[in-house]
Design a protein around this ligand. Structure first.
Ligand SMILES: *Cc1c(COP(=O)(O)O)cnc(C)c1O
Length: 351
């Protein structure tokens, strides 16, 4: 199977796993304010993350969802308004921040422009109208096909927010994909925002974990939230060590995934007219089936019969390229998509 459901399916290498065997460990729950007494490997990962994002401090979380939630809950409470776009992962997929049983934040929607970047004029209006306490941006933007927001646009968003005393949180689950595609350092993307989350468990290929980075005071507040959310861990250096390995070895190669996504998209677009291929910016390709008349579920079931796994997102079939996918796999997946689309064009019935 060529598994393009997500870059979360990436497997840790043996070399990566072996780092866990030799990692110096401790009880991260007993870490003191002077950074001693905890898990030294987690501490090393947190310092590396702070350095890569240009922030004062960082905090290791088991998941990105928990890190995003702590960023919000450290600054907002039930009923507070938060500016988001309607396709934000935190809203569409994670839900917990807006869930009536959990954080109960009030979403206020801002528009994305034609390039899927936050529309600053709309954000200014919404801030003025609603007094929102926080703005969330996602970079890369998952459900619009891995599109990127530039440092300039982030600076404009942050300026609008900070003028009104609002904070900016960036969900950078794929921060390093954005930096790679834009040809900038990750810290340039992070400079305007107050907090940023990135995942080790996506294209970087680590088994688990996400980092939340920001100013020292914000991160101290988020550390308390992490404990409340049940995210305090003990010898979590066994997860942090593979995370360090991932950051040191797998950041540079993300460009290969972007090249594979582009080659795949070009092959499909050249061969099929009934399926619209959204031109990839990073490692995610979206297929728009509206004109083909084939239902997304039917399409992905037929694709699976041809050995390719895809994922359905709002309005599209999504294929994600990652370190488990070679150029040959990408081209084989393109052939499978072309055959599936052509099968559909001949008007065959259900699966
Ligand atoms: C994967 C992802 C997250 C968080 O993921 P977890 O599965 O909780 O680690 C957050 N935002 C985006 C855009 C993601 O793709």
């Amino acid at each position: 199977m060529i598994d393009l459901r997500s870059d979360t399916v990436t497997m840790p290498s043996r070399e990566m796993l072996e780092t866990a065997l030799w990692a110096r460990l401790g009880d991260d729950g007993r870490r003191r304010a002077d950074r001693t007494g905890g898990d030294p490997t987690v501490d090393r990962l947190e310092q590396l993350a702070a350095d890569l994002t240009g922030k004062e401090d960082a905090l290791f979380f088991p998941t990105g969802t928990m890190a995003n939630t702590a960023a919000l809950s450290s600054a907002c409470g039930p009923g507070d308004r938060v500016l988001i776009d309607p396709l934000l992962h935190m809203y569409v997929s994670e839900k917990v921040a807006f869930h009536p049983q959990f954080l109960r934040l009030e979403p206020v929607f801002y528009r994305l422009d034609g390039d899927h970047m936050p529309d600053v004029a709309d954000i200014r209006d919404k801030l003025e109208q609603t007094g929102a306490k926080m703005i969330c941006v996602e970079n890369t933007h998952n459900f619009s096909g891995g599109s990127c927001t530039t440092p300039q646009r982030l600076a404009e968003v942050a300026e609008a927010a900070h003028q009104r005393g609002a904070l900016v949180h960036m969900d950078g689950a794929r921060l390093f994909n954005a930096a790679t595609a834009l040809g900038v350092e990750a810290r340039e993307l992070c400079r305007p925002v107050d907090t940023v989350m990135f995942c080790l468990s996506k294209g970087l290929g680590a088994p688990a974990g996400s980092l939340l980075c920001g100013g020292a005071e914000r991160i101290a507040a988020c550390r308390e939230q992490r404990k409340l959310l049940g995210g305090g861990m003990r010898q979590s250096g066994v997860l942090a060590a593979p995370g360090i390995h991932a950051l040191e070895h797998n950041r540079q190669r993300l460009a290969e995934d972007h090249d594979n996504a582009r080659a795949f998209a070009q092959a499909v677009a050249a061969a099929v007219k009934s399926v619209r291929v959204v031109e990839p910016r990073t490692n995610i390709v979206l297929l728009d089936l509206a004109e083909s008349g084939i239902d997304g579920k039917v399409f992905s079931a037929r694709l699976e019969e041809r050995g390719v796994l895809a994922h359905l997102v709002p309005g599209h079939v999504r294929l994600t390229f990652h370190l488990g996918i070679s150029r040959e796999d990408a081209m084989e997946a393109a052939r499978a998509v072309i055959e599936t689309a052509e099968g559909g064009a001949h008007g065959t019935g259900g699966v």
